[in-house]
Design a protein around this ligand. Sequence first.
Ligand code: NAD
Ligand code: UD1
Length: 343
Amino acid sequence: MHVLVTGGAGYIGSHTCLCLLEEGFSVTVIDNFCNSSPEALRRVQALAGRSLTLIKGDVRDAATLDAAFAGPRIDAVIHFAGLKAVGESVAEPMLYYDNNVAGTFNLLQAMQRAKVSTVVFSSSATVYGDPAPEDLPLEETSPTGITHSPYATSKWMVERCLADLHTAQPQWRIARLRYFNPVGAHPSGRIGENPSGTPNNLMPFISQVACGTRPMLSIFGGDYPTHDGTGVRDYIHVMDLAEGHVATLKYLANRPNGDLLTLNLGTGQGCSVLDVVKAFEAASGQTVPYQIVARRPGDVPAYYADSTQAQELLHWKAKRTLHDMCADTWRWQAANPKGYASE
Ligand code: NAD
Ligand code: UD1
């Protein structure tokens, strides 16, 4: 099977490309490197001992896509390419609608022209908005669409578009995967998350504090209605997530009459910020100084997934622990303090 991976040089994409190559898939990546480095894919190929085809280009460019589909027959697309910084999306909504929504429409149109109708889309738990405590754990049927940022709205809009496409043309094989909080790195320490500038997300911030790049972690809020007052999330190891994509492709390959899958990819376990800090200290042997500060606007107290659907349909389960997530993040961070710019 030949898979076109958009955004394959990024954090989740690079780990997924490695799993695909190791499982024997042929891989073509399209990436414009707006938030990644070609070095990630060099390392992916070295780890896999196999090569992939790389096209430097933008999913908003129809000619680039048509050229990709004109090459060796592509059987399926995994669509990671997009922008993901929530705060930036509030400041620059049109950039997000252009990249995430128009970019996806452009991709789907190119797929139609090429008669490729299997696609796995990177959605996000953010489509659930601010869930009520009684909605936890979040099921795929939990309410969506009351979103709080253009980023979240862009994911929800694409989800709707894919559902409409499937209604009109039921032969499409579509998976809408709602990721919870991906963290961790490949256990080799060769590939991992490579944020530019100050990280917005918890795990890369903690790891930069642990290696001394930043002096202290600010914990946003200590008075949430959670077991220790700090925010609770469902952290999932990026390798579990990557394996979930391979399992999804295998599942869709056996749906000759089409399908529309909507699946949560999480562990089902809620961990607080302090749980993560303690686990990171234990895994790394480093101290992570922190202070508790005001809540971050737009944050929700707690959310975590019900992932039983993915387990039943895909025979996939997130199996790595919080300790694994922290140990693997630390191995990557310690060996690559400046990310891919370290070498
Ligand atoms: P990332 O930024 O590391 O990877 C995205 C990749 O897409 C990058 O390599 C970037 O250069 C590329 N890209 C962006 N716009 C492009 C375009 N127009 N044309 C071609 N390439 C383009 O992000 P990630 O964490 O790997 O996330 C992958 C996908 O999963 C995104 O769609 C993101 O919204 C979604 N997602 C991520 C998270 C998370 O926490 N990481 C959570 C939920 C959903
Ligand atoms: C954020 C995004 C979400 C995206 C997710 C995936 C927002 C509002 N949401 O979710 O759309 O899908 O990332 O990674 O940005 N925290 C601190 N200090 C920090 C950083 C974070 O205390 O320096 C806390 C947060 O308050 C939260 C938890 O850590 O309780 C996780 O935060 P983060 O990693 O940013 O993820 P989310 O906010 O869950």
